[in-house]
Each structure stands twice: as C-alpha cells, then as structure tokens.
Design a protein around this ligand. Sequence first.
Ligand code: FAD
Ligand code: SIN
Length: 557
Amino acid sequence: MIVEDPIRSRHLVIGSGIAGLQFALLAAEDGSVRIVTKKNSQESSTNYAQGGIAAVLSPFDDFALHIQDTLAAGDGLCHEDVVRRMVESGPRLIQRLLSMGAEFQRDADRADAAFDLGREGGHSRRRILHSKDRTGHMLETALLERCHAHPAIAIDEDHLGVDLILGAEVGLAGADAGRVAGCWILDRRTQVRRPYLADSVVLATGGCGKVYSYTSNPDIATGDGLVMAYRAGARLANLEFVQFHPTCLFHPDAKSFLISEAVRGEGAHLVNRRGERFMSRYHPLAELAPRDAVARGIDTELKLSGDPCVYLDLRHLPRPAVESRFPNLVATCRRFGIDMAGEPVPVVPAAHYMCGGVVVDAEGRADLPGLYVIGESAFTGVHGANRLASNSLLEAVYLAEAAAQAARREPRVLSAAARLTPPADRLARRGGEPDVMILEHDWDDVRRVMWDYVGIVRDLGRLDVALARLRAIRNTVETAYASHQVVPGLVELRNIALLGELIVLCARSRHESRGLHYLRDFPRKADGLARDTLIARDLPAGGETARDFPDPAGGGA
Ligand code: FAD
Ligand code: SIN
C-alpha cells in the first residue's frame, strides 16, 4: 500500500445515503464538499427503503398526532423536544426534497393531485409519502444526481473511511489539537490510503445490521461510523435498542429482502402455518402494532410452534391493487417462485435499524469539535426505545439540514491553513494480507453470536456468554489487524466485533424490558430507568453508563 498526500476540503462527508447527500447539497453553498463512500455511491440502506417517509400533510392529520405516535412507539425514552422539532419541520423538509427532484406518488383519483399517503405500524393516520415500494431508490437517485451535477461536490466511490484523525496528529495545537481534523481513507481498488482533512468531518455511515446473521440491511451496514467515533472518544448511546423488522422474506436464496410494513398497512394479515391470525394475542393493534410488538409476537409464535417462519397473507386484497402498489415486491417474490397476491408469503424478523448511535446535539455535533454525525449513525433521542416506521428518512433530512447550517460556522482551520504536518501513518503494517477464509469465519462467528444471544428476546446469562465469546473473537481480530495489511474486510470485521461488544454492554446494563430491549430476567418496564444508556471509551465506569468499556486495541483515534 502507498500513502499519498492529504486531500483537503471544507467539509468531508463519509457516506452517500440520504443523510450524507442532503448534507452535501446544503453545505456546498459554503465551500467544497468531499464525499467518500465505500462502494458505489448508490449503495446504501437509503437505496433499499421501501415504505416511505413520514410527514404531516393530510387534512385529517396534525403534528400533535405524529408526535404522540412517535413518543408512544419510543416507550418513554424519546427526547420530546427533538421529536417536536423534527415533526414540525416535516412538511418543509418534504418541500425541499421535491425541489431537489424527489417525486412522491399522488392520488390519481383526486382532482387536487394530493399525495397518496400510506399507513404503517404505530401510525394513527395515513402519513407516509412513498414512491410505490421503492421510495428510497427514488430519493437516493434524485439527490445523487444533484450532487454529481454540483460543481463544489466531489464523490470518491470505493473509498473506505478507516479511522478519524485528530488535530494534534497534523500539528494543530491548543484547543484545535483535540478537534477532529479528518479521516484515514482506503481506496478499495488500489489499496492506496490517504488522509482526508476538512474543517467539518461528517459521519453519515448508516446503520449496523451486518452485526447480525440475518438483516434487512445491505452489506455496507457495518457500523463503521459508530466505532470510528467511539475509538476517537465520543459518547454513544442506547445501542441496546436494535430494531428487528418483523417481515423479511424467508427463502434460502433471498438475501436481506424486506417485505415492507406498508403491506400490512394496506391490510395484509400475519398468519401461522395453520393459517391463523395470531397478532391480536400480542397487541390490540394486531398487525399494525409498533414494530417491537410485532417482531416479539412473531418470535414467540415461532418458538412455540418450532416453525421456521410465519406468513403474510394478502389473498383477501384485490390482486390489481397489490400489483400496482407493490410492483417491486411482487416482481421480487415472483423471482423466488412466490405469487405475492395469490399465496401466503413466508417471512421472519431480521435486524433492521439501530435506534442508538453517536450522541449528538440539536445540530448534529458529536462530543469532539469538528465532528458531526447524521442519519442512522446519530443518536438524537428521536426514536427512544423503538423507532416509529418511516421516521428514519425524516430524521436523516432533518438532522442533515441542522448540521449543514452549523458546519458553515466551523473555523477554517484545515481547509485554509497553508502548512500542516502530514499525520503519521497509523495504518502501516509489516505483515501480508490476512487469510480470507479465517476472516470469513470470524465474520460469521460475530454475527452468529449476536443473533443467537443478543436477539429479540435476551437474558443476562446469554448476554454474558455473548460478551465472553465476542471478546475472544475481538482479541484475535485485533491481533490480525495489528499485524496484517489493512484491507476492507478486516477493517469491517474489526468494527462489527467491537460494535457487537458495545451492544452487549449496553444491553447488560439495562435491567428492564422497554421497547426493543426485552430481558427475560426483568420482563417489565422500570419507571426509574427511563434514561439513556451512555457508553464511551473514556467515561468513568459507574453512574448511568454501561460499564466495563473495551479499550480498542491500537489506541488513539
Ligand atoms: P445509509 O443510507 O445506509 O448510507 C450510509 C452510507 O455510508 C453508504 O453510502 C455507505 O456505503 C457509506 N459508508 C458506510 N461506512 C463507510 C465507511 N467506513 N467509509 C465510507 N463510506 C461508508 N426508513 C424509513 O424511514 N422509511 C423506510 O421506508 C425505510 N425502509 C427501509 C428498508 C430497508 C431494506 C432498510 C435496510 C432500511 C429502511 N429504512 C427505512 C431505514 C432507512 O433506510 C435508513 O435508516 C436510512 O436510509 C439511513 O440513511 P443514512 O444516510 O444514515 O445511511
Ligand atoms: C418498511 O417499508 O417496512 C420499512 C419502513 C421503515 O423501516 O421505516
């Protein structure tokens, strides 16, 4: 591997999902923006979002109801002030997306061409703007086109962010020594690594579904931003609240294929192998209960029956309506030999969304100066213990806007400073490439431990087993990382191994069941525990924090 000279820009954005792209388009008014993204620029969870984006646009809806639904799903942990600001910004943020080329489905039967609003679990009103069942693809395509056309925005594809660079490493002194000055970036195609420096460094790296064996997330979702921030010393919060989507397609050849919640919103039933609807046994809202309740209901049903899956049944819905509303789902199911409108569709829950993340303020600022975190990687407090469906895309554009406004005020420390010391190459290694087969086995081990021991229903004994196993794997991985060439598969493995451990530590420290965190030892919610779980490399153990923090080998950022 060769090290090249630093690349400098006013803003450095890591990730090209909805959060990173929306930030870039707004921040580009202030100066140059460099986006780095680890695969092709379209590849992101955003690109696969199906159901849509929630906003109050119907005359039968109002802000108070959207706020109330969000708080109810969040089970006592939502930060109400942030929820309120996000919900009230919704219509304006949608207008901006429209002005940037987004197109949402309109109701063909209405003379005023009002939006065709969908419904999803936990929403008391129809408020989901969608582009049939490919909303995310439409948004990603529209924003990417704008970014490609913008003269101040450059996008480096196949570039992987590895670790943050602090000011002291490039010769900054005083208060600037501790600011985040950039990121080490590895070109996946050439293996060239290079420091990228900027006045604001924005982590928009999305979620971490790949920590689990089964997930709706694409391969990019390895939580890189979360652990980069952790290693640099930022606080993370509420990692125990991993959302499992109730309905991913159960088929040996279908990798990570989601069957949107909008399908239940349009009336599909969840049935077991005997064809019985079961959700009313678990929640009064049955199939339209919030996601935590539906995923747990399915999990219980599967454990009781020993069956491998349950089914979504749409046979009572008119075939033309199903085919026109969900063309992508119908076509994909057909490829797997399933007639979505005409036979029960086998489904299982899978890891879907991280409700916790890097702690940020109202403007996306993390604990370290110069560092912003937006989108699914950020913890704003909006989602509490369980995210309401279709609030993620809304939160991403909400926070991207606030962060772009704040980042404009960052001092021009790195983009304008004439001379900076090139940072010491922390990724230099003597050894050769790691053994691919061992890498793959370690990947599987982490993901299987998380699936088996840190899933929808947890207990303290299993969490202890998970911790011991993850620590053993992580030690091996850190040794490999220190002694082999730094290649993308090893970087990501190192990240999921640490993140798995952090999730377990957060889960072990919450002695109650709330929202997505269900602990058999403490099956009820404890009023005294309505607070966030904080975790950080340098936090003193004790107080309200998860204890026993792992010290990431290799030290530093
Ligand atoms: P992403 O869109 O995931 O983008 C992350 C970006 O970071 C990618 O470009 C990735 O390549 C890049 N990246 C990651 N690590 C690195 C690194 N180390 N270096 C360089 N680049 C990196 N939410 C809703 O609100 N409504 C929905 O209908 C909906 N449906 C969903 C359906 C599916 C199948 C999935 C998986 C999620 C869905 N969600 C939905 C959740 C929502 O899509 C995501 O939370 C949201 O898109 C996250 O946006 P983001 O910009 O934060 O991250
Ligand atoms: C879905 O379409 O079911 C996903 C919606 C979401 O995750 O918000």
